[in-house]
Design a binder for this molecule. Structure first.
Ligand SMILES: *Cc1c(COP(=O)(O)O)cnc(C)c1O
Length: 376
């Protein structure tokens, strides 16, 4: 079979499976089709597309659009987190990182690798951070920045960023939020939350394909990053400055097809009714999934925690020595679904995501497939 025919056969089969994972996730046909054209990375038609995307992102994040600006950055979401950490702190800066999962831990790893003076407040993955501990840690006057993950994708737990943010601002620190898996899936106004830097990426709740991340930051904070970067490729100020002064121009090769697909994803988000409607869809997916899986005998790791996000749900392995996650995984894949292994250190668990082009009927089909694999 020649390569061309092979690709067309794949397209005909459409998606072999639905991704029930927290990104990359299942995208719409419209988003995938938007990639079938090549673009010149410095042509002004392409650059205006970038400018349009930047404006739309700010408008999704806040009503106070004039205070904020958007920067797009090549790479996966972690590259954008690292760009912020490596560009926002001066040499004598010090960061407090709140860690209750794999992504909080990754920020600590990045900060240490960048030789940034770091204080870590760490908690179990199933536990929300303690506000008293944070208030106490913030009495250290040498701390300049605070970072926290919004939705810890490790478990699906939502951290109380409004309450933490209030403490951060009373102490007059710069506030960094990794909202990778929650932005556009959970309503928020970053000006009301007084967030200085928010990070997310193309392949999460906006439902684009992987290839770049983005940072929504206060203009005044971006200006303050000038000359501070610890990396050339991940220099947030330089990237922003290029996009501002050359109207949408990236410094180095940009992922053009991914950007075009992302634009389509933004239009589809708008058509769906914006973030409010998307959050409702994810929420009904999550509720249907959690209820159905419990009926099939699976327990929720977060129980009925009010902070369970609509993004992803973690389930314990059933109390059955014959249960094999690999067998469940393979069986569901045969039925057209891909689920996710667990990431909680001391628990045998697995995860099912409900973000992406996933609807209630998909969740119902999944539950039928699980029931067929493991009759109650
Ligand atoms: C997905 C995700 C990231 C980034 O992961 P990449 O694999 O680098 O895209 C960071 N933080 C959170 C909370 C995430 O869910």
């Amino acid at each position: 079979m020649n390569a061309q025919i092979e690709i067309e056969t794949e397209l005909e089969l459409e998606n072999r499976y639905l991704l029930l994972t927290p990104g990359p996730l299942s995208t719409s046909q419209g988003v995938r089709r938007a990639m079938l054209r090549d673009w010149c990375t410095w042509d002004n038609e392409y650059n205006s597309l970038v400018q349009d995307i930047r404006q739309r992102l700010v408008a999704l994040a806040t009503k106070q659009t004039e205070i904020y600006s958007a920067v797009l950055m090549q790479g996966s979401g972690s590259f954008s987190v690292e760009a912020v950490l490596g560009s926002a702190l001066a040499k004598n800066g010090k960061i407090l990182i709140i860690n209750n999962g794999a992504y909080g831990a990754r920020m600590v790893q990045m900060a240490r690798c960048l030789n940034i003076d770091t204080v870590e407040l760490s908690y179990a993955e199933t536990q929300q951070p303690d506000l008293n501990d944070i208030e106490q840690a913030l009495t250290d006057p040498s701390i300049t920045h605070v970072a926290c993950v919004h939705c810890e994708t490790t478990t699906g737990l939502l951290n109380p960023i409004a309450e933490i943010g209030t403490l951060v601002k009373v102490a007059n620190k710069v506030w960094i939020v990794d909202a990778m898996s929650s932005f556009a899936g959970v309503q928020m106004d970053i000006a009301e939350l007084d967030i200085d830097f928010l990070i997310s990426s193309a392949n999460k709740c906006i439902q684009g394909v992987p290839g770049f991340g983005f940072i929504l930051a206060k203009r005044k904070q971006l200006e303050a990053c000038q000359g501070l970067a610890r990396s050339v490729s991940l220099d947030l100020y330089d990237q922003w400055h290029s996009m501002e002064t050359h109207q949408g121009k990236w410094r180095f090769t940009s992922p053009t097809h991914v950007v075009r697909a992302f634009y389509q994803a933004l239009l589809e988000l708008e058509q769906e009714g914006g973030i409010k409607a998307r959050q409702q869809r994810y929420q009904s997916n999550q509720q249907c999934l959690a209820a159905g899986m419990q009926q099939l005998g699976f327990k929720l790791v977060l129980g009925h925690h009010a902070a369970q996000s609509p993004i992803i749900t973690t389930f314990l392995y059933p109390d059955d020595p014959n249960f094999s996650f690999q067998a469940l995984y393979d069986n569901l894949k045969q039925s057209g679904f891909v689920i996710y292994p667990g990431k909680v250190s001391d628990l045998n668990c697995f995860r099912i995501g409900n973000i992406g082009e996933v609807y209630l009927e998909d969740i119902e089909r999944l539950l039928n497939a699980v029931a067929a694999f493991r009759p109650v």
